[in-house]
Design a protein around this ligand. Structure first.
Ligand SMILES: Nc1ccnc(=O)[nH]1
Length: 413
């Protein structure tokens, strides 16, 4: 089997190593310069990674690829979630298959060149879109399958749609039939949030697929569906993820700790989405709160917490770089996590949340790797150097070099 040697990189621990890749996997991790690791290597089958930090590739656990890059098509809204949802409705008529696909492809290539090899994207499948966007993204998933693992979440509903949960149920099953992998939705924004939540979880249980819901994306503490979701999660045998959970950050600390314990006991994972929730939440209150979930309480209770980029250049967030290191930096400054914890939230934890097996410079793991020019994890999170190399299943899929004129990206897939 063809082997490739990555020479002289350092790991997060600081140790300098040579990493041998065979096929799709990491075959060996040896101290840098170990003679055994480089003998019998024909010239050209190694890469010098001196000065690079080598780690498992990043994972984006929560994107919205059907919406990405639409910010310039809508008038600036009022910056709230309701305003963003209303603004987005106006774009849908123009969202042809070709348009959705080209925006999603551009976003995925950027994510890959930044070090990401697996992406979970929510995709609208409500009244205006039906299964159109799901089908568009299924085609993109197929096209780019050598570059990135793309998982699709059927994101049903929306306020004012005037649809009952019977109709939503059909929309979810249609989207799953069309190729979506996971049940999603935004029950907190429905007329009957508890009924909507229960229906989503019921569909996931019936179909035997994971469920990943937008939960409690509000600073209003009286909305706390997370508690009900934790109860439901103990009754179904499918993986349950709660994205956003903003209102948990607005509970009394005792309540937050109790709910976090319930979430941990139920095995529910949480995805925090700092960029969008800093943008959308807290617009109408002073002092202005930060719209983040209670990350510390969740971690203290033993909940798996990942961090995602969510919306990028759309009515929900006009900014965003499609770089998990931007998300990690926000987890440090806005969610008060250490750089090392933030790094794990965009890597190991995010990968576990979406149910993928471990990857990284560990013998036997899949060779999904990112090398970034950085002295340490703290450096990588803070400076987010553009100089990166990315391998997926043992194959180099992207390389960004920097010369005097700036970064030069090459996505090889
Ligand atoms: N934060 C978000 C809520 C609902 N839809 C989105 O695209 N984003």
């Amino acid at each position: 089997m063809a082997a490739h040697l990555l020479r002289g990189a350092h790991l997060a621990s600081g140790e300098r190593v040579d990493v041998r890749i065979e096929g799709e996997q990491v075959a060996a991790v040896l101290p840098a310069g170990t003679p055994d690791s480089s003998t019998d290597e024909p010239a050209g089958s190694s890469t010098d990674l001196t000065g690079y930090l080598l780690a498992g590739a990043f994972v984006e656990p929560h994107a919205h690829l059907d919406k990405v890059f639409t910010a310039d098509r809508v008038p600036t809204g009022d910056g709230t979630l309701a305003g963003a949802m209303a603004g987005y409705q106006t774009i849908l008529a123009d969202a042809s298959d070709a348009d959705v696909q080209s925006r999603a492809r551009r976003a995925l290539r950027t994510l890959v060149s930044n070090g990401t090899t697996a992406v979970r994207s929510h995709v609208g499948c409500g009244r205006l879109l039906g299964v159109r966007a799901v089908l568009s993204l299924v085609a993109v998933r197929e096209d780019l399958r050598d570059l990135v693992d793309l998982e699709l979440v059927a994101h049903v509903g929306g306020p004012g749609a005037g649809e009952t949960w019977r109709v939503h149920r059909r929309r979810l099953t249609d989207a799953l039939d069309a190729g979506a992998d996971v049940v999603g939705g935004n029950p907190s924004n429905e007329a009957d949030p508890v009924a909507a939540l229960e229906e989503c979880v019921a569909v996931a249980a019936e179909r035997g697929v994971p469920v990943d819901l937008h939960v409690d994306e509000t600073t209003d503490p009286s909305m706390l569906l997370l508690r009900r979701l934790a109860v439901l999660a103990t009754q179904v045998g499918v993986p349950v993820t709660a994205s956003h959970c903003v209102s948990l950050g607005f509970q009394d600390p005792g309540v937050a700790a109790d709910v976090a314990a319930e979430v941990a006991a139920a095995g529910v994972s949480v995805v925090t989405l700092p960029a969008t929730n800093l943008y959308l939440q807290g617009r109408r209150t002073w002092p202005r709160p930060r719209g983040l979930t209670a990350v510390d309480a969740l971690l203290a209770a033993g909940v798996r917490v990942a961090a995602g980029g969510d919306n990028v250049r759309d009515p929900f967030n006009p900014a965003g770089r499609l770089d998990p290191l931007e998300t990690a930096s926000l987890a440090v400054t806005a969610a008060h996590q250490s750089p090392e914890r933030a790094w794990s939230m965009i890597g190991t934890d995010a990968r576990a949340v979406i149910g993928h097996p471990p990857a990284g410079p560990v013998p036997g793991a899949r060779a999904d790797l990112v090398a970034i020019r950085a002295d340490s994890v703290g450096d990588a999170v803070a400076l987010a150097s553009a100089e990166r190399l990315v391998w997926r299943a043992g194959r180099l899929v992207a390389r960004t070099a920097v010369d005097r004129s700036g970064p030069v990206h090459e996505v090889t897939g």
